[in-house]
Design a binder for this molecule. Structure first.
Ligand SMILES: [Zn+2]
Length: 487
């Protein structure tokens, strides 16, 4: 009998040690105290966040998330041509030039390692030195530079992103994968460009809505729906064939338009195509607007773009959208251009989430805006490495603390982990290290937010991912507590 009680008490002690430490500290409290004790040590923080389940990455661009090494391997395998002076790639034989060689020729001449190093720097921020060229230019130019290689990796690239996500305990990716295009001949609609421009100058939103109704009817007559069907089916086929979803990982897509486009009729056509595809597919869960916000076309037409989205929200009420807005800071544009972009994305366009939102502190009636984002639950996607590199905004210059103090929902994301040579773990390391007041409980909430504020359409799936994530977080806490107590 005595032996039985000894065994029983040993058993109880074992189970208790799995969940508590002497003094009955809960696993969550224990992990929270531990995190606070390592805030200044980025190696310890890295080990911590590498293991921690991080839920979803809601803001990431496909081609910017692939690492340059993969682009190089693809270009080598496809035996592209490369201009050794400009580093331009060609997938078909260009006009003969002494500067242009095939990858196989470079390899035969023993120059492959050197070329690889040059291309990695050309396509990403690897070994970037301040003063080489403007960091925002270096960043945004990279997309065109590796474009040919990224087209070749349209499928394998998705697997690379999935494998990386799983390896760092990320359960969901909402990827800006391919832009939807209207695919129509719009040459007979050229005059509408002047109409749109004139309505924008008058800030005539009522007149604009009528013109957009007309344009939409014309797009439908020209067959935009069948073009969209091709795009949607291609994405669904890829998703199915690559088995992107499994028991521990889910991938969904956002369509997007490029805001730097000169032709506003075409841009609206692309936006309609994006909304149509998102409306029709469970896998395309949202729409976005991308590319440099300080580009002259983006700046000139910002009001128009907000009203395009506003119109689409009315036409496609079930489609969610996130908008890159306020990816600006003092010095990048004129001060008077810093005070209305997030406001317009939230108030006019009705965005469900805001990407970056960095110019927040400069926005008109910022506290009213924050209150609105809080009450309407418009989440902000925070991209710390991206903001630091592109905008030079970090530490206490970053508005994350403003969003936090107003209880605006926050999610942590990567933006372009490949070009930036980063990952989601590193974003949490920066978060915990730079913003020491943000508690463990809040960080956990940001992680749970990444599913809660995702655009996943299937309610059952969303519930399942939330449930799994909660379980994984509890398990993470218990296991980490056990290993720390043992030390
Ligand atoms: Zn982005």
């Amino acid at each position: 009998m005595f032996k039985f009680f000894v065994r029983l008490s040993l058993l109880l002690m074992f189970f208790a040690s799995a969940f508590t430490v002497p003094g009955q500290v809960s696993a969550e409290k224990y992990i929270s105290d531990y995190l606070n004790s390592i805030r200044d040590n980025r190696a310890l923080l890295t080990a911590f966040f590498q293991q921690m389940p991080k839920g979803g990455d809601l803001h990431n661009h496909f081609s910017g998330s692939i690492y340059a090494e993969s682009y190089f391997d693809y270009a080598l395998k496809a035996d592209f041509w490369v201009n050794l002076k400009t580093l331009t790639l060609y997938d078909k034989a260009p006009a003969p030039s002494a500067d242009i060689k095939r990858f196989s020729e470079v390899k035969a001449a023993g120059g492959l390692d050197d070329l690889r190093y040059q291309l990695l720097r050309f396509w990403s921020i690897k070994d970037y030195f301040e003063g080489d060229e403007a960091s925002d230019k270096h960043f945004f130019d990279a997309f065109d530079k590796f474009d040919l290689a990224s087209k070749g990796l349209a499928q394998d690239g998705l697997l690379e992103l999935k494998q990386r996500a799983k390896a760092e305990n990320v359960q969901y990716i909402e990827l800006m994968y391919r832009s939807a295009k209207h695919g129509l001949d719009l040459s007979d609609l050229k005059n509408y460009a002047f109409v749109l421009d004139s309505l924008q100058r008058q800030k005539n939103s009522t007149g604009l809505a009528v013109v957009l109704d007309t344009l939409y009817a014309k797009f439908i007559r020209k067959g935009v729906e069948s073009k969209v069907q091709d795009y949607t089916q291609a994405i669904e086929k890829t998703h199915r064939e690559l088995l992107l979803d499994d028991s521990t990982f889910t991938m969904r897509f956002q369509g997007y338009v490029t805001r730097v486009l000169e032709d506003q009729v075409a841009l609206f056509g692309n936006l309609v195509a994006s909304f149509l595809s998102a409306e029709r597919s469970n896998l395309i869960v949202g729409v976005n607007i991308v590319a440099p916000e300080d580009n002259p076309n983006s700046m000139r037409n910002y009001w128009l773009h907000m009203h395009f989205f506003k119109w689409c929200k009315k036409q496609f009420p079930t489609v969610k959208f996130s908008m890159h807005a306020g990816e600006l800071t003092l010095g990048l544009v004129k001060p008077e251009e810093l005070n209305w972009h997030i406001n317009a994305a939230v108030r006019e366009a009705g965005a469900h989430r805001i990407g970056h939102g960095v110019d927040l502190a400069y926005e008109n009636k910022v506290y009213d805006l924050l209150k609105l984002m809080q009450t309407q639950q418009v989440a902000v996607e925070i991209n710390l490495t991206s903001n630091e590199y592109i905008l030079k905004v970090k530490d206490d210059r970053h508005p994350i603390t403003l969003y936090r103090s107003s209880k605006v929902p926050i999610v942590i994301s990567t933006d372009d982990a490949g070009i930036l040579r980063s990952n989601l773990t590193e974003q949490f390391v920066l978060l915990a290290n730079r913003y020491k007041n943000i508690s463990y409980a809040e960080i956990k909430q940001y992680i749970l937010n990444s599913i809660k504020f995702s655009f996943i359409e299937e309610e059952k799936l969303k519930l399942k991912l939330t449930h799994n994530l909660q379980q994984q977080l509890a398990k993470f806490e218990q296991q980490l507590q056990l290993s720390l107590v043992k030390k």
